[in-house]
Design a protein around this ligand. Sequence first.
Ligand SMILES: [Zn+2]
Length: 115
Amino acid sequence: MTEPAEEKTLAEAAPSRYECRSCGYVYEPNKGDSGQNIPAGTAFEDLPSQWRCPVCGARRTVFDDIGAIDAPSGFQDNLSYGFGVNRLTPRQKNLLIFGALGLGFLMFLSFYGLS
Ligand SMILES: [Zn+2]
């Protein structure tokens, strides 16, 4: 069974690694799986259907695509995002709430005084 060369090139440029959800084993396409006669450079998609996790024996469907080793990750920068209030301590939050209440009360008073 031969595959078209153009289908291989993309997979070889950035082969996805796959992690076993059952035991955490990571299939590295660059290394293959010598225990089951999988040569190095075999993409996970090209593994034989009877291939099992070499550690726990789980089926291929249990594996998750965790991306290539040097694939850019756009998630780390987003971790510091969020509303500023979430970073306040409970005491600071109370000050903020009562400060707003007090301000509203003052505005109510001034409105009451004007009418
Ligand atoms: Zn496993």
